[in-house]
Design a protein around this ligand. Structure first.
Ligand SMILES: Nc1ncnc2c1ncn2[C@@H]1O[C@H](COP(=O)(O)OP(=O)(O)OP(=O)(O)O)[C@@H](O)[C@H]1O
Length: 339
């Protein structure tokens, strides 16, 4: 990894007997888009507050752009742009007036205020709504305006807390694309907290899986999947024309093929997991047995599977700890399903 821009060591925050953040070691490199992923109550917001120097850690330390965030919160504020999950604007002012106000607050020279505000609105794709009142904006537009508000301060790092909450699917796609563009065009380091697995997967180069105040894993999605599914890294889904009448014979024969570890049959779908990619052997096997094969698809492990697997492992390790197991899982999926 390149030079770390955000670094935490043993970062801990306790509220009474509750460890909201427990001994967090995080390292985010320059120009990365890092996804902090976890269910409600996992400790994401508390971590962000400590990164910004807005709340003091009980133990451990945070460094952002080389600065200790607890000791130098004002200097950190100059380097880091923070967008909370809901950004407030003056509803009766236009987007341009809102941004000009923010530009002035941030000390932009008066002669540059209007131009700078306009540049930012173009940057976030709001050029068509410059003269519209912020109060008439959709949630997605407000988030873009929020991003312009952050960018006008010319930060090196931006921290986005659940930025796509409540935006419709098309708006989410556009917003994520905007984040990617900003990262590429300006080399901004971005930390994004979310519980939307699919969204995080689309934009983040690395993710941290955060549950019950603890970071269970961090890394690229492929690396995490490789570690978790190392016993069966290849999975093939074969669709047959007609449902297979199960008698166990097909499964037994498939398990004789080299490296095959698991076979699951459901109707006309057969899922085969193994140590190596033997797709041609599997296709030959089915054709040789007289099956009509309608489709063959290699399965890649996404964040969904990774997340589930970490939960499973976490559940096993914490059977006696109700808070970090079932409750978290339920609240996560409850929230996940709703949106
Ligand atoms: N000021 C506080 N006083 C007491 N407990 C708190 C405080 N702030 C947070 N907590 C608790 O710390 C834990 C972590 O909360 P946090 O808000 O950081 O989680 P989160 O991952 O951001 O979840 P969400 O997405 O729901 O905001 C929760 O159990 C929460 O109730």
């Amino acid at each position: 990894m390149e030079q770390a821009i955000i670094e935490t060591r043993g970062l801990t925050k306790t509220y009474g007997s509750l460890k909201a953040v427990d001994n967090l070691d995080l390292s985010i490199g320059k120009g990365e888009i890092f996804g902090l992923l976890g269910p409600n109550g996992a400790g994401k917001s508390t971590t962000i507050l400590m990164l910004l120097g807005l709340t003091e850690p009980t133990a451990g330390e945070v460094r952002i752009c080389g600065l200790n965030a607890t000791r130098n919160p004002i200097a950190v504020k100059r380097k880091v742009g923070y967008m909370p999950d809901s950004v407030g604007f003056y509803n009766d002012l236009t987007a341009l007036d809102n941004l000009m106000y923010i530009a002035r607050l941030n000390g932009t020279p008066e002669a540059r205020v209007r131009e700078r505000a306009k540049e930012m609105l173009v940057e976030v794709g709001l050029e068509g709504a410059i003269h519209k009142k912020a109060g008439t904006f959709s949630r997605g537009m407000k988030q873009r305006l929020g991003l312009a508000d952050v960018l006008i301060r010319q930060p090196e790092v931006i921290i986005l807390d659940e930025p796509t909450l409540g935006i419709d699917p098309a708006g989410v796609k556009d917003f994520l694309e905007l984040i990617l563009q900003l990262n590429r065009r300006q080399g901004l380091t971005i930390l994004l907290s979310s519980h939307h697995l699919h969204q995080v997967q689309q934009v983040c180069s690395r993710v941290g899986i955060f549950v019950g105040g603890k970071l269970l894993a961090q890394g690229g999605i492929e690396t995490l999947a490789g570690e978790l599914f190392s016993t069966t890294p290849y999975t093939l889904q074969v669709t047959l024309q007609s449902p297979y009448k199960q008698n166990g014979a097909l499964e037994a024969d498939l398990l004789q093929l080299p490296g095959i570890r698991q076979v699951a049959v459901a109707g006309n779908a057969v899922e085969i997991a193994g140590m190596q990619d033997i797709t041609p052997d599997i296709v030959r096997f089915f054709v040789g047995k007289g099956f009509d094969v309608m489709g063959v698809q290699k399965k890649t492990y996404g964040l969904d599977e990774i997340y589930h697997r970490y939960f499973e492992n976490n559940l096993k390790e914490n059977v006696s700890n109700e808070k970090s197991s079932g409750l978290f899982q339920r609240s996560f999926f409850g929230k996940f399903k709703k949106r």
